[in-house]
Write a protein that binds this ligand. Structure first.
Ligand SMILES: Cc1cc2nc3c(=O)[nH]c(=O)nc-3n(C[C@H](O)[C@H](O)[C@H](O)COP(=O)(O)OP(=O)(O)OC[C@H]3O[C@@H](n4cnc5c(N)ncnc54)[C@H](O)[C@@H]3O)c2cc1C
Ligand SMILES: O=C(O)CCC(=O)C(=O)O
Length: 341
């Protein structure tokens, strides 16, 4: 049987990790990644890259937990190998703090991260405005390093990578047997999917190597995330705002909020402002669709709409997308066998 030709649209975290998973788990295919932007110019490059799940309202919790666990286990293994610094993966311990006791004292992911516990009274003294906190250890990606590492894996696996903007997935019909759509917020235009919308995020990347503990305010708006090359200070969550221009007032506000939690950041150097549009949706779209034109068919697997949580679940959703691609291959092989009989 000839190898099935698979095109993955999008070279952000989701496209690259899905292409890597397909190329490593399905032998009877060739994989090509096609994208109009690559690292360092994707939303995925802007992210803090912390493994702290965000809840998708439209997906059962057990499914989200499984995606998170698969992602955590995968990155933990890389972190525990000689690849860790090339892939940009570090372990980071810290605190999530709350001004009032949260409804969810034990979040669904508490037994996936390491050493989850409530903060002690002594620890809480660092944060006089906060009454409750959770201490744990999780993983963090240095996003541009991780994307480059995934690109390297793809090339080692013999995959092709092309720069091109796709206006309509049907353009790919003549050259490819199956298309995997990982175009993030681009799916709003590409698929006409009005359920996906941008949630604008502005962050500061600063040099402050003495900051080793993460701090996250439970409202999700203010965070300090130390990584391998810099510390990410956040943030903003501005629904339906498409602006990629940095807003100086937001930068000052972010800096002041973070310094209120960690005063030593006043001495941070080399402050860079980054803006990204989270591809937000009630549920990640992980689904097969058959496009039909003039009686011809093109199977598509969608994997987009990861919102604020792409890094936290990407390996799990890549695995599920690869499973759907496997189903498409089985169906194509079945129909070509029938045609021969
Ligand atoms: C400020 C900020 C902080 C974040 N922090 C975290 C965090 O700490 N932890 C976490 O889990 N998540 C975080 N996220 C969320 C995370 O960044 C996203 O969920 C993730 O990056 C989405 O990846 P993606 O590949 O779907 O999208 P993208 O990175 O946007 O990639 C989409 C790709 O598709 C391509 N594309 C789109 N349309 C077309 C087209 N028509 N033709 C060809 N190519 C196309 C683009 O060029 C791009 O390569 C954060 C996001 C932001 C903005
Ligand atoms: O929410 C967090 O703590 C991680 C950062 C993030 O996911 C975001 O800003 O979207």
């Amino acid at each position: 049987m000839a190898k099935q030709k698979i095109a993955v649209v999008g070279a952000g975290l989701i496209g690259l990790s899905t292409a890597v998973y397909i190329s490593e788990s399905i032998s009877k295919c060739s994989v090509t990644v096609i994208s109009d932007k690559f690292t360092p110019n994707t939303t995925s490059d802007v992210a803090a890259g912390m493994l702290i799940p965000h809840t998708y309202q439209g997906i059962p919790i057990h499914q989200q937990k499984q995606w998170f666990r698969e992602t955590f286990d995968y990155l933990f293994e890389i972190n525990n190998s000689s690849e860790a610094s090339d892939a940009g993966i570090n372990l980071v311990s810290g605190w999530q703090i709350f001004k009032t006791i949260p409804d969810e004292v034990l979040p669904f992911w508490s037994d996936v991260v390491l050493g989850f516990r409530s903060m002690t009274e002594e620890e809480l003294k660092k944060f006089p405005q906060h009454r409750f906190g959770q201490a744990f250890t999780t993983l963090k990606c240095d996003c541009p390093s991780y994307l480059l590492w995934l690109e390297k894996r793809l090339k080692e696996n013999g995959c092709q990578v092309y720069a091109r903007r796709i206006e309509d997935l049907w353009e790919l019909h003549s050259k490819y047997d199956i298309v995997v759509n990982c175009s993030g917020i681009g799916s709003r235009e590409l698929m006409g999917d009005l359920e996906i919308h941008p949630v604008r995020g502005q962050v500061l990347k600063v040099d402050a190597p003495w900051v080793n503990h993460f701090i996250r305010d439970g409202d999700g708006l203010t965070y300090i995330y130390p990584g391998i090359h810099n510390v990410t200070l956040g943030g903003t969550r501005q629904k339906d705002n498409w602006s990629l221009s940095p807003d100086p007032r937001s930068s000052k506000d972010i800096f002041d909020r973070c310094c209120a939690l960690e005063p030593s950041l006043q001495r941070a150097q080399d402050v860079k402002v980054r803006v990204g549009l989270r591809p937000s949706r009630l549920a990640v779209r992980l689904q097969k669709e058959i496009l039909v034109h003039d009686g011809k068919k093109l199977p598509v697997v969608h994997n987009y709409g990861h919102g604020s949580g792409g890094f936290s679940v990407h390996r799990g959703t890549a695995k599920e997308a690869a499973r759907l691609v496997g189903e498409c291959i089985a169906a194509l092989e079945g129909s070509s066998l029938k045609a021969k009989l």
